[in-house]
Ligand binder design. Structure first.
Ligand code: 2AM
Length: 175
C-alpha cells in the first residue's frame, strides 16, 4: 500500500515569508540551528501523517470545496519547542477564528476516518530546526498581521537534505 505524508497549512504570501525569514536570521546567532528555506515557511493547521494514496487523492479532490472564513492571526512572538529543538514565530494567543478553522477542519477530516491528535493546537511557523540553545530574543522584531483566506493541502516528501513540500490542493476563498 503506498502512502503520502500530508498536512493542511496556511501559506504566507512571499512578502510575509520574507519578513519571517529575517526573524529567523535575527534569532539564529543566539539559538543556532538550521534556517528553513523562505519558500517553505508555513503554519500547520492539521498534520495528517502518512495516508493511503487513494485517500490522499480523495482529499485533494474535496479540498477545493472547503471554505475558510477570512481572518487575521497576529504573529507577535518567538517560541521554542525544546523537545523538537524548534524555534518558531506565532501568536501569543490563538485567535478564536484560527482555532475554529482548526476544529472545523478536523471535524471534516473525521468523516474520512482521520482523528485529531490529543494535543492542543499550538499555531506556529517553524523558523529554525535543530537549535542548540533555547534562547530566542525576548522580543519579536514586530507584530506581523497575517490575513488568510485559504488553506493548502501539502504533500511532504523526505529527501536526504530535508523535506520537499508540494501543494496538491487549496481551499476556495469565501465569496
Ligand atoms: P513543525 O514545523 O512544528 O515540525 C510538515 O512536517 C509540517 O507538519 C510541519 O509544520 C510540522 O510541524 C508538522 N508536523 C510534523 N509532524 C507533526 C506531528 N507529529 N504533529 C503535528 N504536526 C506535525
Amino acid at each position: 500500500m503506498s502512502t503520502v505524508r500530508l498536512f493542511y497549512a496556511l501559506w504566507p504570501a512571499p512578502s510575509l515569508a520574507a519578513q519571517l525569514a529575517t526573524w529567523a536570521e535575527l534569532a539564529r546567532p543566539a539559538c543556532g540551528g538550521r534556517t528553513m528555506r523562505t519558500e517553505t515557511l508555513h503554519l500547520t493547521l492539521a498534520f495528517l501523517g502518512p495516508v493511503d494514496s487513494a485517500l490522499a487523492d480523495e482529499l485533494a479532490a474535496a479540498t477545493p470545496e472547503r471554505r475558510l472564513a477570512p481572518e487575521d492571526v497576529l504573529l507577535d512572538r518567538y517560541g521554542v519547542f525544546g523537545r523538537q529543538r524548534i524555534l518558531w514565530a506565532g501568536p501569543g494567543d490563538t485567535p478564536a477564528g484560527l482555532q475554529a478553522a482548526h476544529d472545523e477542519l478536523w471535524l471534516w477530516l473525521s468523516g474520512f476516518g482521520l482523528a485529531a491528535p490529543p494535543q492542543p493546537f499550538r499555531p506556529h511557523v517553524t523558523l529554525l530546526r535543530n537549535i542548540e540553545h533555547a534562547s530566542p530574543p525576548a522580543e519579536a522584531p514586530a507584530s506581523l498581521p497575517w490575513r488568510y483566506d485559504r488553506m493548502v493541502l501539502v504533500a511532504s516528501e523526505s529527501l536526504s537534505g530535508g523535506s520537499r513540500y508540494r501543494i496538491v490542493a487549496q481551499s476556495r476563498p469565501q465569496n
